[in-house]
Design a protein. Structure first.
Length: 495
């Protein structure tokens, strides 16, 4: 019985063949990319690592994630047929039985036609006799791979070497911390990251071998004989082109300890985005490890949820006013209506304590805002939306400060904060601005482009309510003007 369990890089010299750099992105930067994780069989603990992979992708705000789980080893796999074409990138946490022929053909066709693929750690042990798969991953290990599978790929004296000596494919020494070195630092996946960084304790795969066609070595690590290694600088991060598709191959990630490394998480995210689109917009993670010290974070303690799917206004309902809201290129576009009062596109869900992030761009002549913990009741001013509002307006101004919309209280943020020159310049006119809102108990804090702006303790406002995207009312004969939102995500705080 099939169980499809859906649970909602570095130098030209490092290129073997001709790695593709084409952009196959049919989506905008604002629209989330759809990722599919494949698991179900693996000689590693996929039950523990898949939740981390899912959380890493979700927490970035760039991906939506589904998980498809194969039948158990030994069960009938004949009907296992994930719908690869519904996704921008497939992430494999699978090392098990050979997929059915039709599924293999569908997957190869998906990648060859421009789909993205990410091979994580032991996924490069899989399918030693499936020729297309081995071309996708470039090199692999175990499964009786040997010199007939293709050469070893090594970094020697500043260049990639294809070593055709006879020998087994795949081994590793004792788990330990080790330093990765960028060999193609200007590749989109690695551009801007440290060129040397220490990874948490992991298996350092060595002696991987395979077709190594159209493969770019992004980063290597020295496999020290003192830890049972090969004595070679082994490729651990790679980029491969297969037809029109792109593959990011990370040999890191043996277990949850390895996946908690911020370096692993950041390269996984950037590699996944590159595989899906051919470009990278995800910045380096805060706390990225140095060459001397590891740095870890548990992604399961930091779970974010998209509340705008990048395609529709599902989950949102308009209240008040006659302004219009539509989705365009992964962005919610709010447009003023002649003579309309304030309009609000409100979340169907209420939120209490949370951290909220979004990006916004507004016409310089328009005032807008983000409602938080707000309400609309027939008995209060005929349903007028009311509650705390995080201000959105051109600089210099009061963007990021807290206003009590619809209640008559006016500004909650004190005048000394609203008049502070640095805070008044945090908003960048004509550009996308990144807002962060932290509502924890009676305290509300805001940041714009990493500049601390609002900080109030307000016991008078409600502690729970909906979110709302405001298009401010305008007089007759004015406008039309627009405000745009994208990458809206929330992390609910629990205790």
């Amino acid at each position: 019985m099939v169980r499809h369990l859906i649970r909602s890089f570095f130098v030209t010299a490092a290129v073997i063949g001709s790695a593709s750099a084409q952009v196959g992105d049919s989506k905008t930067v604002g629209e989330p990319l759809a990722a599919l994780i494949v698991d179900g069989q693996n000689n590693h603990g996929w039950q523990q690592t898949t939740p981390l992979l899912r959380a890493i992708l979700l927490n970035s705000g760039r991906f939506t994630v589904d998980v498809v789980t194969s039948p158990k080893r030994g069960e009938d796999i004949g009907a296992f047929a994930p719908k690869f074409g519904s996704y921008d990138v497939v992430v494999s946490n699978y090392n098990g039985q050979l997929w059915p022929k039709k599924t293999r053909e569908a997957f190869a066709g998906y990648i060859r036609g421009g789909g993205g693929f990410v091979s994580v750690h032991a996924a490069d042990n899989a399918f030693p006799n499936w020729a297309d798969y081995n071309r996708m991953i470039g090199v692999g290990g175990w499964g009786r791979r040997d010199e007939k599978s293709g050469p070893y790929v090594r970094w020697r004296d500043g260049a990639v070497v294809r070593d055709t000596h006879a020998g087994r494919g795949g081994s590793h020494g004792r788990r330990h911390e080790f330093v990765l070195e960028a060999r193609t630092p200007q590749h989109p996946i690695l551009r801007g990251l440290p060129t040397r960084w220490k990874h948490t304790a992991d298996e350092l795969y060595d002696r991987l071998r395979g077709p190594a066609e159209n493969l770019t070595v992004l980063a290597t690590a020295y496999s020290d004989p003192k830890t049972g290694g090969s004595g070679e600088h082994e490729p651990l991060l790679m980029a491969i082109s297969f037809g029109k598709g792109r593959v990011f191959h990370t040999a890191l990630g043996h277990d949850t300890t390895a996946m908690k490394c911020i370096g692993f998480q950041s390269t996984l995210l950037r590699g996944s985005e590159w595989a899906a689109t051919g470009r990278v917009t995800i910045p380096a993670a805060d706390g990225f490890p140095s060459a001397d010290a590891v740095s870890s974070r548990d992604p399961l303690k930091d779970v974010w949820t998209h509340i705008f799917d990048g395609k529709t206004l599902s989950g949102w309902t308009q209240k008040n006013g006659t302004a219009t809201y539509r989705v365009e290129d992964g962005v919610i576009v709010g447009t003023t209506a002649d003579g309309s009062p304030n309009s609000f596109l409100c979340s169907d869900r209420n939120y209490a304590d949370f951290e909220l992030e979004f990006e916004v761009m507004v016409d310089n002549r328009l005032n807008s805002g983000m409602q938080i913990r707000s309400a609309s009741n027939p008995e209060f001013k005929n349903g007028r939306v009311h509650g705390p509002q995080v201000e959105i307006e051109a600089s210099p101004g009061e963007a990021g400060h807290i206003y009590s919309e619809g209640t008559g209280r006016g500004w909650i943020s004190p005048a000394k904060h609203r008049n502070d020159p640095a805070r008044r310049k945090a908003f960048q006119n004509g550009k996308w601005n990144r807002y962060r809102v932290l509502a924890d108990g009676a305290r509300i804090q805001t940041w714009i482009n990493d500049v601390a702006v609002g900080d109030v303790t307000d016991p008078k406002s409600k502690r729970v309510g909906f979110l709302g995207l405001q298009v401010h009312g305008i007089g007759r004969g004015a406008g039309p003007w627009q405000v745009r939102w994208r990458r809206i995500r929330i992390r609910e705080l629990t205790r």
